[in-house]
Design a protein. Structure first.
Ligand SMILES: Cc1cc2nc3c(=O)[nH]c(=O)nc-3n(C[C@H](O)[C@H](O)[C@H](O)COP(=O)(O)OP(=O)(O)OC[C@H]3O[C@@H](n4cnc5c(N)ncnc54)[C@H](O)[C@@H]3O)c2cc1C
Length: 650
């Protein structure tokens, strides 16, 4: 994105206020953050978001802005650092949601880039030295051939097949394998590019840019929830953490009651079995890292539930490399879609067209007859087929259906995010939280707070960018002191099964816009989860515990404050949008299956109510939130419904 001189100077001033130069630390400007933010804006396809950002920068240095925020009729650029910090905090703590949203977007972008960007000419970043972080795993090797063959369009293409699958992730990959094995002529269209083991060097900046949707910066419209999803061949299965839970029985019952009886059938059990077998789900790779020893110790001291996590890995090192799992598995141990389903599909003749985004499904006389797409290089790709499967994830599937002219009111609704955040604990001992098995254990102690709703406790490797995602910023010295503690921090992830959903709509250009706010029912469970996480950390011996609120909420067990004062501080900091950092790794439910068009977007077989031969087979098909990490459920649904589709096409 091009900035005017005025906009550029405003952005530089904001960045320098967040992170000015300090002894041993580069400033945000020296780290190249303003330019990187302007470049990152190009990943956001929504022109409105860009316009709002530029308007903010245009107004930022006006004396009126300082007058209205801190009572000084002076430009931001001529204020003292102290006054500039006060201005930023008025945005952080504002009663106006849009202002909090803008602050959170800036906090995240500046923090992410500060820890992600390599140093000059690709050298080690001086910030990594201060964190004690080793940086990427290795140099990228470019020369190795990748095992699957893909088509990258270099001219206009007109292709035909029986089934065109849009999206190559958990749902799309599985559907491709099942349909191709049944003898169907299959083409998979994928917006992202193909990367394999040798490409996975663990470098945070390039990994987010290459593998994640919107370069890792995607978020809800009000920036209150960061949205993490893969955009590469294999989809999110390439960057996910390998946790492999089967759909719990109580969720199967709930989903059957929503109008999809087969969820409680043996047929679905067989699909779950087939998926777990193909992904080699096992309990043999569960070495508990130092980071998770904290969770383990705390849970056991409290007498709470703790169990080993089922994982879809073969030959995982459960050590240094495993901690970089979110940037693709360098060992090829992760049984992602490219290693399993897509490989199977290709063996049965499926073709893969990558770096190509589906624009719309062609629907003629109520029947899907093809897909119109455009490649990254701008070439038109047109596919004729007998059936289309939308499997582009819960943000893009409803957008594709809406762009294709479907109007069922449930398309885009019932968005569930499993909002998650970390309560952090600083420990005396070194933890190096970026290392060790990704997720070896979990706790369901508070999974059933109200009926089937509550929270799961899990941890994740704290690569610097994952850590700063939730670090509160109140001023640069406090922020950097947290960064310096990173090697001694462990965090308990509180994963909420949300009952009340949000919505995906499309903007004028057809790009998805995500709307989401926690209901008071869901907020109460998240609050319970934060208190539970603090109890786990305290029981494990944390010296300091802090929450991901925009306001600083912390206590030092036995030395300063208590769980009670901490809880009061969190309540006073607030639980509504933009008051705390939330993320979603599990985006679900926006084209749900059900028994009637009055309650759902698609029938139990995944066929949308409004169009023949147009199917949904991805996370958007969930009738409600899965309550567990969703990959196995997505694949089992696709497995079951792709087999049914193959039979129908026979
Ligand atoms: C960092 C991370 C870790 C996770 N860890 C776990 C875990 O350990 N266990 C677990 O169960 N779940 C995990 N998840 C979630 C899980 O991986 C996803 O829920 C799941 O992969 C979603 O499957 P899907 O088929 O709906 O979409 P995806 O797997 O996201 O695939 C959708 C694909 O569609 C493509 N696409 C989108 N739009 C278009 C278009 N218009 N045209 C063409 N292609 C398009 C995308 O590029 C993408 O490749 C994790 C998620 C993240 C982000």
């Amino acid at each position: 994105m091009e900035l005017t001189l005025r906009q550029k100077s405003a952005l530089e001033n904001i960045c320098e206020t967040f992170l000015p130069r300090a002894e041993g630390w580069p400033s945000a400007l020296e780290s190249g953050i303003p330019q990187a933010i302007a470049q990152a804006m190009d990943f956001n396809p929504r022109s409105n978001a860009g316009k709002e950002f530029l308007q903010l920068l245009d107004l930022w240095d006006s004396p009126l802005h300082s007058l209205l925020t801190v009572g000084r009729l002076k430009k931001f650029s001529s204020l003292s650092q102290e006054d500039r910090i006060r201005i930023l905090l008025t945005w952080a703590d504002s009663r106006i949601g849009k202002r909090r949203a803008a602050f959170q977007a800036l906090r995240k972008a500046i923090g992410f880039l500060y820890v992600m960007l390599p140093g000059a000419n690709g050298a080690r970043s001086p910030v990594w030295e201060r964190l004690g972080y080793p940086g990427p795993l290795r140099e990228k090797s470019n020369s190795l051939p990748r095992p699957l063959s893909v088509i990258v369009p270099d001219r206009e293409l007109e292709l035909s097949c029986e089934v065109c699958i849009v999206g190559s992730g958990a749902g799309g990959g599985t559907a491709a394998a099942v349909l191709a094995a049944a003898g169907k002529n299959v083409i998979v269209l994928e917006a992202g590019a193909y990367y394999d083991d040798a490409d996975f060097d663990g470098a945070e900046f390039s990994s987010f840019r290459n593998l994640y949707t919107e370069g890792g910066f995607a978020a809800t419209a009000d920036h209150s929830v960061g949205l993490l999803a893969g955009e590469c061949f294999g989809g999110t299965t390439v960057i996910n953490y390998c946790t492999s839970f089967r759909t719990p029985d109580e969720i199967r019952t709930e989903w059957a009651a929503a109008g999809v009886p087969w969820f409680t059938s043996d047929e679905y059990t067989r699909s779950l079995d087939a998926v777990c077998e193909r992904l080699h789900v096992n309990l043999d790779h569960n070495r508990v890292s130092r980071r998770e020893q904290v969770l383990d110790r705390g849970l056991r001291a409290l007498g709470w539930h703790v169990e080993a996590m089922p994982r879809n890995v073969v030959g995982c090192d459960q050590g240094k490399v495993c901690g970089y799992c979110g940037y693709g598995c360098a060992l090829g141990a992760k049984q992602s879609a490219t290693k399993t389903w897509l490989a199977d599909a290709q063996q049965h003749g499926a073709r893969f067209v990558v770096e190509t985004r589906a624009l719309r499904v062609r629907i003629e006389a109520g029947t899907a007859t093809g897909v119109e797409a455009r490649s990254k290089s701008g070439h038109r790709v047109s596919i004729r087929c007998k059936a289309v499967v939308s499997a582009c994830g819960s943000i893009h599937t409803p957008a594709l259906l809406m762009r294709s002219g479907l109007r069922n009111e449930h398309i885009g609704r019932h968005l569930h995010l499993h909002p998650v955040s970390n309560v952090c604990g600083a420990f005396e001992e070194e933890i190096r939280p970026w290392e060790g098995t990704m997720q070896a254990i979990y706790s369901d102690e508070h999974r059933y707070l109200t009926g089937n709703f509550g929270v799961k406790y899990e941890t994740t490797a704290l690569q610097p960018v994952i850590a700063v995602a939730v670090l509160p910023w109140r001023e640069p010295v406090q922020y950097r002191s947290l960064l310096e503690k990173l090697s001694h921090i462990s965090a308990i992830g509180v994963l909420l099964r949300d009952r009340d959903g949000g919505r995906v709509t499309i903007d004028r250009e057809g790009h998805p816009v995500t709307h989401y706010a926690l209901s008071s029912f869901d907020r109460a469970h998240l609050r319970n989860g934060f208190i539970g996480a603090a109890r786990i950390l305290e029981a494990a011996g944390a010296r300091q515990i802090f929450s991901p609120h925009a306001k600083w909420c912390s206590y030092e067990p036995g030395r300063g404050g208590s769980l009670d004062t901490f809880t009061k501080a969190m309540d006073s900091a607030g639980w509504d949008s933009g008051r705390l950092a939330l993320f979603s790794f599990h985006i679900q439910g926006t084209a749900r299956l059900g028994g009637s068009p009055r309650t759902s977007a698609a029938n139990p077989e995944g066929q949308v109510w409004e169009g023949r031969n147009l199917y949904v087979m991805d996370s958007s098909s969930f009738p409600s939130a899965s309550g567990v990490n969703p990959m196995i459920s997505i694949e089992a649904i696709a497995h079951r419904n792709a087999a049914a589709l193959a039979a129908r096409l026979r």
